[in-house]
Design a protein around this ligand. Sequence first.
Ligand SMILES: Nc1ncnc2c1ncn2[C@@H]1O[C@H](COP(=O)(O)OP(=O)(O)O)[C@@H](O)[C@H]1O
Ligand SMILES: [Mg+2]
Length: 541
Amino acid sequence: MLTVSNLSVQFGKRVLFDEVNTVFTQGNCYGIIGANGAGKSTFLKILSGEIDPTSGSVSLEKRKRMSVLSQDHFAFDEYPVLETVMMGNKPLFDLKKELDAIYAKPDFNEEDGIKAGELGADYEEMGGWTAESEAAGLLSSLGIKEDMHYTLMKDIDGKAKVRVLLAQALFGNPDVLIMDEPTNDLDFETITWLENFLANYDNTVIVVSHDRHFLDAVCTNISDIDFGKMNQYSGNYSFWYESSQLAARQRAQQNKKAEEKKKELEEFIRRFSANVAKSKQATSRKKMIDKLNISDIKPSSRRYPAIIFEREREAGDQILHVENLSKKIDGELMFKDIDINLAKGDKVVLLSKASRAATAFYEIITGNDRADSGDYKWGVTTTQAYLPIDNSNFFNNNLSLVDWLRQYAKTEEEREEVNIRGFLGKMIFSGEEALKQSNVLSGGEKVRCMLSRMMMTRANVLLIDQPTNHLDLESIQAFNNALKNFKGTVIFSTHDHEFAQTVANRIIEITPNGVIDRYMSFDEYLENSKIKEMRKKMYVS
Ligand SMILES: Nc1ncnc2c1ncn2[C@@H]1O[C@H](COP(=O)(O)OP(=O)(O)O)[C@@H](O)[C@H]1O
Ligand SMILES: [Mg+2]
């Protein structure tokens, strides 16, 4: 058990935590959520002892070990892969070093022998002799093959590095495992691996994440940081979100009887638990989610942006026709011979292993860049709104947000301040906020402006490159709902599993050897063994 008592944290005048009391219990997985800057990373650093609180304390039960997933991808550059993993269990690793040093002594004497014997016994008790093969096994299960185990960390690529650091954190089964946004920079396969691993991991996990699919797959509890306090809820992220929304709606229904409301909540819990039971994920964690309780449900006080995409007109049957499209960037082949015919109402998740390929594709079909060969044609009744991954060009002036958005208005009516403020207000820029200068915005605020612009465009085709980048969970959730409800056509690329699974009805993967194009859900696509085979072949040049 990890206990947090009377914890307060203050940076200058800013109070991040005010007398927080909470416990993290053995066997649970806690998802820490809260707005950008709420103090999630700071909280984890305090738990791990990396920084001290202003007052209060954190205590871990005796003889329990905590481990932290390292976010510094360069810290172990000079060490071989296998050794980096073993360093994850520091007491064991230090003991090994001590033992090695004794055996390496040129004047090894009887005393050394006795000492080595004692240390060896400790080492054995800690599972030292099997540690190396465990570390190797862990690496292999993460897809780091044996021929790489003795390579220096600085000589392996970014994706592999992230996996080695994961293995380091998991090595030796820590009692408490702490992770700050572990799914960042991971591909879907690795995230799925991590979800399954953590779902079946018996020890305590405390994790900050914006990835709703991940939070749902692994969490038994949600810890919400809001206004300097931390509130704990049972259940995973979806349960927290949906139940708190339901409770908030109920609060507004004044003439509904308390008895009816209670019934409605109970029915909600029943349905939710049945769905969890059906999911493939989380065997041991799943059992804990069965114990959901009506008293855990509190109405949400969060403000969610109101993202609603309306269309000025409905598109005809011709949406987009792409023929033989190919593109290289800096000599690297992004995709070749891409043929696509979009149908009305398609919601396509666009995939590629080359991270820049989807962006290159959007830039071409929006006319910002040219293909090396091939052609594309938009239906005459279509209008497009594009959310680029890089929006910096839109923000190099010092216009107020109202004037910034006004640049994109098409009619006199749209240019009026009430209209402009309406779209800004939907993204929670109200009053003074709407007069901020556009060149001082944070990454998240810029994306919110781009979304206001997109809504105002009222296009019937949306092109979206990484919708969840820079956004907080509230905005991601609202954006996701908006695309589910949108009646037009969408093409999007995302790292967010939940987004892809709940929005897309069609998957198109663009590769150096043409497309893989399927009408199916994202999960079906990832799991289909024929497609897996195909994906392997399509990237071979
Ligand atoms: N060492 C520090 N000194 C002053 N302010 C800090 C320090 N560390 C973090 N902050 C501030 O505290 C707030 C919370 O930061 P952080 O814990 O990183 O937030 P989160 O992870 O929830 O986005 C931010 O406003 C950040 O700028
Ligand atoms: Mg953080």
